[in-house]
Design a protein around this ligand. Structure first.
Ligand code: 1GP
Length: 241
């Protein structure tokens, strides 16, 4: 099952098809020992730029997943598909509208066994994803816990994703998400650039996502794999399961 594979990820890199990356940098990322490479982004995502990047990543053994943000860029050759559902979006398009439209058009062809929904909670109001989805991102700990609980218990989502894209997050809110889930996997992504941040994120989340750092300090990005792997996750409510 794909969601079981996703449940084994401790560290992943996220590559943006709309940003340039040299062959040398891509080589380092794909050989870094990360658990998977996710390809996806918010702006300027096309079939062509996604396909170009997928072909380059496919030279390596690392599993490669598409995080789908636009239906016209979906490529069947990925190992699997992560489908963001932005739980705190005030524009319902990003909660259900875009998904409904894609399923209306392509529903009979979708390989559901290779699809994993992600319940996003977008917490950086200045990020492109927050602006696009009109995310209600100024949330209390209690509100974040409630979104996480809702994702797991109402929507049965295998992944809850605390997204700070572009800025390192508030550890209290990552903990608040953890407090709401028992079985779902907690992803954290946003602004990781130092060993301390990588270690802290690894203590708080099940899966740590590193994106932007790849594009300005690939050495530091590669080192986050080791920092995350060396750090045990702190016990949460799921410790009892
Ligand atoms: C973005 O969560 C990822 O969707 C990673 O965030 O790009 O800030 O590392 P950064």
């Amino acid at each position: 099952m794909l969601s079981e594979r996703v449940a084994s990820w401790r560290h992943v890199f996220k590559l943006d098809p709309n940003r340039a990356i040299s062959d040398g940098a891509l080589d380092r990322i794909c050989r870094s020992g990360t658990d998977a490479v996710i390809i996806g982004g918010t702006d300027g995502i096309t079939f062509e730029n996604t396909w170009e990047l997928l072909k380059r990543v496919r030279r390596y053994d690392v599993p490669c997943y598409q995080e789908v943000s636009t239906k016209s860029a979906v490529i069947p050759e990925f190992d699997g598909f992560l489908i963001p559902v932005v739980l705190n979006a005030e524009d319902p398009r990003w909660l259900i509208g875009a998904h409904h439209e894609a399923i209306r058009l392509y529903g009979r062809y979708i390989p559901w066994e290779r699809v994993v929904p992600e319940g996003y909670v977008v917490l950086n109001p200045d990020s492109r994803v927050a602006r696009l989805t009109k995310a209600r991102s100024s949330l209390s700990e209690e509100e974040v816990t409630a979104y996480a609980r809702l994702a797991e218990h109402l929507f049965r989502m295998p992944v809850v994703y605390v997204e700070y894209s572009g800025r390192y997050g508030d550890p209290r809110l990552i903990r608040a998400a953890r407090a709401g889930i028992v079985r779902s996997r907690l992803f954290y992504g946003g602004g990781i650039s130092t060993p301390e941040q990588a270690r802290e994120a690894a203590r708080l989340a099940d899966t740590v996502v590193v994106g932007n750092l790849i594009y300005y300090n690939v050495d530091a990005a590669v080192q986050t794999v080791r920092h995350v792997r060396e750090t045990p996750r702190e016990a949460g409510p799921d410790a009892l399961r």
